[in-house]
Design a protein around this ligand. Structure first.
Ligand code: E4P
Length: 225
């Protein structure tokens, strides 16, 4: 399973990258706003230089011709860029054309399995079902993920399932159990994945026992000498 970090914040990306388990980055216009990004292309280039994997950069046009122009410009920023395209009618047309041109796409804002089916048929590289946002409106986001994984496996679609809008470690665990190819995860959730109170208390006990053993050895050596 690939781990992407869901942020435009360079410090967060650096921190996740330093952990050694990062496979890529996803951004969106809201994350760009949150990080106060003024130079979009320059910022995406910086992210690509920080990490080795795919970097999703979202276009904001909503009509086919404008989407294609923007997608070409974004794809030209860096070879690691994956063009993030919203799952609307013109977006699907753009994904189909971009796929034919060999430009990789991340089809975003997916909230239904039929949307995911069309994105795969259009040749999207990734489909991004937003599990957390569905949970937010009392709909089971994980059930959507299960449906998409099942449909793609049934027909052998190559589109990778990218679990997005991840809110907590259980989302990551369930996405892994269902066979999602990727999870894009905020930094605080990545950190929570490796935490366990029994690990912390177990380590504290090992270290204190080791310290008292060393004290006993030193005391015995003192007595003997
Ligand atoms: C990722 O590609 C999405 O843009 C992101 O996961 C959305 O997450 P949110 O629902 O927390 O904004």
């Amino acid at each position: 399973m690939k781990f992407f970090i869901d942020t435009a914040d360079l410090d967060e990306i650096r921190e996740a990258h330093d952990l050694g388990v990062l496979d890529g980055v996803t951004t969106n216009p809201s994350l760009m706003k949150k990080s106060g990004v003024k130079d979009f292309h320059g910022h995406i280039r910086k992210i690509c230089e920080l990490v080795e994997g795919d970097v999703s950069a979202e276009i904001t046009a909503t009509t086919y011709d404008e989407m294609m122009t923007e997608a070409h410009a974004v794809a030209a920023i860096h070879e690691q860029v994956v063009v993030k395209v919203p799952l609307i009618l013109d977006g699907i047309k753009a994904i189909k054309t971009l796929s034919g041109e060999g430009i990789r796409t991340n089809c975003t804002l997916c909230f239904s399995a039929t949307q995911a089916l069309i994105a795969a048929k259009a040749g999207a590289t990734y489909i991004s079902p937003f599990v957390g946002r569905l949970d937010d409106i009392s709909t089971d986001g994980m059930e959507l993920l299960r449906q998409i994984v099942h449909i793609y496996a049934t027909y052998g679609y190559e589109t990778e399932v990218l679990a997005a809008s991840i809110r907590h470690p259980m989302h990551v665990l369930q996405a892994a159990e269902m066979g999602a190819d990727v999870a894009t995860i905020p930094l605080d959730v990545i950190k929570k994945l490796l935490k366990h109170p029994l690990t912390d208390s177990g380590l504290a006990k090992f270290l204190s026992d080791w310290e008292s053993l060393q004290a006993e050895i030193a005391a015995e050596a003192n007595e003997a000498g």
